[in-house]
Design a binder for this molecule. Structure first.
Ligand code: TYM
Length: 336
């Protein structure tokens, strides 16, 4: 049976990139995998958040907010195990064990670290450097078979496979299953609405570049109206958009929101301009996001209830994680 595991950082609100690249798949997989007798685990990666500075009050509030958002988006805490890393201490404990297996040379190749640390590598936190090892622990702890993520996390999951393979070899065991990254075909990488050479992200300084779940309907519509595009008409085939990254990105978003193939969408818009395309795109985005936003706001009326969802999820997660940690300790000769 499949065991699906994935996480999201509580650093800011959910945006369209997270939603289309990850969370939408999570909800779909929850429904499919459960029907096949598998299991789905989704968590708030709160331990990953402070690898870059985040104020404690923000971390606290956003952990609750992100949980409410996931529930509002369709993650059902009675069917999926929904928790935050901190309440499952085995994540931290296994990370330490895996730190002894991961090689410095492997971590030096991680592009996210290079991007995030930028020129000031000496000033980056050790946590930011070690971030992918915590991610490996997140999935190996549950013997995840499938990990639905955006394309930007693929390299981290390949590292998790390398770590699992080396652990299994070094300690002559088959303890860890190799996790398979599942990259959304429809929305592997949603780009900024202002600059299609950078991905849509919470940390982009331009508010206009990222459609957030907490945006009002009017703000969502305005962001699409002002999204960078070009003066050309939409072509008949996707191939003709190869040199038009902004146009390609808007088409990708449209198709992913509508659950249609990009080529199929062009069937409706070939020969038309963005003046016709953008309002339809804005309507689709509002139709997808507004109900989630409104439900999230409603759920946040009772923050204690959200906190208790995380507690109950953590209890179930610990029951799955504890035997794996113990087996890893045993394999290494640690007296647990
Ligand atoms: P995070 O919080 O940055 O993003 C959550 C998920 O959203 C995807 N994503 C995108 N997909 C398409 N286009 C975009 N512009 C875009 N931006 C973000 C991310 O790929 C991710 O799937 N390290 C992870 C969290 C994590 C995790 C894990 C994931 C911690 N442990 C273990 C899987 C397994 C992260 O930073 O996600």
């Amino acid at each position: 049976a499949k065991r699906v595991v994935s996480g999201i950082k509580p650093t800011g609100n959910l945006h369209l990139g997270n939603y289309l690249g990850a969370v939408k798949q999570w909800v779909a997989m929850q429904n499919q995998v459960q029907a096949d007798g598998g299991e789905t685990l989704f968590f708030i990666a709160d331990l990953h958040a402070p690898t870059e500075w985040i104020a404690p009050a923000d971390l606290r509030a956003q952990t609750i907010e992100m949980t409410a958002t996931l529930v509002a988006a369709g993650i059902d805490p009675n069917r999926s195990i929904l928790f935050n890393q901190t309440r499952v201490p085995q994540h931290s404990e296994l990370t330490w064990l895996l730190n002894t297996v991961a090689r410095v040379g492997w971590l030096n190749r991680m592009t996210q670290f290079k991007d995030k640390a930028g020129k000031n590598r000496e000033g980056a936190s050790v946590g930011l450097y070690d971030y992918p090892v915590l991610m490996a622990a997140d999935v190996l702890l549950y013997n995840a078979t499938h990990v639905p993520v955006g394309e930007d996390q693929k390299q981290h999951l390949e590292l998790a496979r390398d770590i699992a393979t080396k652990f299994n070899n070094d300690y002559a065991t088959d303890l860890f299953a190799l996790p398979e990254p599942l990259i959304s075909a429809a929305a592997p990488r949603i780009m900024s609405l202002r600059d299609a050479s950078t991905k849509m992200s919470k940390s982009n300084p331009s508010e206009q570049s990222v459609v957030k779940l907490v945006d009002s309907d009017d703000t969502i519509a305005e962001k699409f109206r002002k999204a960078k595009s070009d003066a050309d008409l939409l072509p008949a085939t996707v191939a003709e958009l190869a040199d038009r990254p902004e146009a390609r990105n808007l088409l990708t978003i449209f198709a992913a929101l509508a659950d249609r193939a990009p080529q199929d969408v062009l069937g409706d818009y070939a020969g038309k301009g963005f003046g016709a395309f953008k309002p339809a795109l804005a309507d689709l985005a509002v139709a997808a996001l507004a109900p989630i936003r409104d439900e999230m706001v409603r759920l946040l009326d009772d923050k204690a209830a959200i906190d208790s969802i995380l507690n109950q999820g953590a209890e179930k997660a610990r029951a799955l994680a504890a035997p794996t940690l113990k087996a890893a300790q045993d394999a290494m000769g640690l007296l647990a």
